[in-house]
Ligand binder design. Sequence first.
Ligand SMILES: Cc1cc2nc3c(=O)[nH]c(=O)nc-3n(C[C@H](O)[C@H](O)[C@H](O)COP(=O)(O)OP(=O)(O)OC[C@H]3O[C@@H](n4cnc5c(N)ncnc54)[C@H](O)[C@@H]3O)c2cc1C
Length: 570
Amino acid sequence: MQILHKHFGSYDFIVVGAGAGGTVVANRLTEIKNWNVLVLEAGGYGDDATDVPNLYGPIEFTRYNWGFNSTPQTTCCLGLQNHICPYPRGKGVGGSTLINGLAYSRGHKSDFQKWEKFANSKRWGYDSVLYYFKKSENFVHNDKQAPYEPQYHATGGYLNVEYHEPRSPQLNAYLEANKELGYDIVDYNANKIGASPVQLNTIHGRRLDGGKAFIHPVRRRKNLKLLTYSYVTKLRIKNGVVRGVEFSHKGNNYVVQATKEVILAAGVFGTPQILLLSGVGPRKHLEDLKIDVVADLEVGSTLRDNSVFYGISISTNYTEPIRPLKEYVKEYLNGVGPYAIPSNDQGIGFYESSYTKGTGIPDIELQVITANGTSALAQRMFYLTDQTFEDLWKYVNIPRTFNVWVIDLHAQSVGTIRLKSKNPYEYPLIDSNFISDPENRDINTLYEGIQLILRLLETKALKAINATLQGGPLRACKRYEYLSRDYWYCALRQLTINLYHPLGTCPMGTDPKKGAVVDSELRVFGFKNLRIADASVFPLALAGHPNAPTVMVGEQAGDLIKLTYLKYVD
Ligand SMILES: Cc1cc2nc3c(=O)[nH]c(=O)nc-3n(C[C@H](O)[C@H](O)[C@H](O)COP(=O)(O)OP(=O)(O)OC[C@H]3O[C@@H](n4cnc5c(N)ncnc54)[C@H](O)[C@@H]3O)c2cc1C
């Protein structure tokens, strides 16, 4: 059936998606006063998104979260209901930064040396990306005891970075334990191995999402139009030139024209979905769905993530006090305390595994979640089966507990995202495929991370707070001796999930025949007027968290577009 589209006019640039990447692009392009920029975002503003109507047929909207799920998995997630991993993704102005953990972690310089090779361009090498990380940053050294290497940080940018405050005694014990094992307390954004309190995208202790950071300060620019509740379904393409997009808004269907470019920033699932619906993707997949093939590109053929083992829960003799409400409110007004912080994600550590030993390149991360917000929510957050929940978390004394998440930074396993049907309102099929790499490097790395935690538990500092592994054994692994190597490998299959860091579904590279979807200038191969500026362009999983690098991609996109049309950047 032919859908009638009303005309929504014409803009120089159309940015699709107002997430971590899209908000930066919108901000930087509207610095040029005579460029008109339209941003189309499927969700609402952070504060009004409660009234999101269910405009889009079968898609069930939840507040700020698309609520994607993986298909049933065979190599991971076995302790989860139906072996399905949750894939939360933010929806609204700010995108996933509306719901993320806010950890500010850029990745290691060796990642960008590799990225430079993938792109065959110095633009993506370390010196260049460091410039862009600093361009958007406003670093506040609020915790003077915490490490800080000024040459890696900057002030004056839109994105506030500060240390989590105050520290839990559990975090201090964890940091001391690291020192006993010979790990320094380091500024981990300065390419160091070691542990630290976490740097966060908060401002005076409160969540700073992409909308508040990059859109709010420039919302009065006359050349910026941000249309919420606007769901892009397809690109308008003629003879390889992208001319505009189709979208739905409050029950109507529209077409809007781009006289210069369309910039896709709909995230790792939204961006490939729009491309595939537009006939840009693997030929066979499109033909199976009877979608006319416009370009045969490996869109959605590489889904990467930092896989994480959630199964370590540690009891201590320290009890997080429950205090009178007015004390919490007072702390909140001062920008500290449990109400001011978005999560109890307090500590972080980066370590070499045996695969990288002696290189200074981390591929294990430990994230310390104190006084355990996670346990209470674990069953719902991770879709645990009743049995897994009972074995690990049900009987945990939350105020005495901290979790350590074991993260495989350079995960080798690769999943896919594919359309379920031609219907733009149907969620795509996401196959995460964690710990499926034939060499077993991923599962071996995670196992080494677990062994590192067990060594930390033997230190004086952690013994002093009586830190003890709790929960378990998992009944699903009862055929193995508890805590033996075989036991942990079984547990890893049960509870390795994604760290909510999907990336790389439209990777950057030089050769589309080898899987690249965008070139080093973020242009989609084979098209005029089409770029991507979100986490889908990462060519590899980084030794860090993806928000800061996505902001960096947005900054680069702004400059690349200015260079294309103006021949200069500021
Ligand atoms: C629970 C959680 C915890 C996380 N914790 C951290 C962390 O601590 N540190 C960190 O660095 N990273 C973290 N991340 C990841 C980080 O937030 C993302 O990697 C980053 O936001 C990705 O940016 P993006 O621009 O690619 O996509 P997003 O920020 O997801 O933005 C995409 C935007 O596009 C919109 N959109 C999608 N499809 C359409 C369409 N068809 N039409 C119009 N609009 C559309 C979406 O609604 C969304 O607003 C976390 C993520 C989650 C979900």
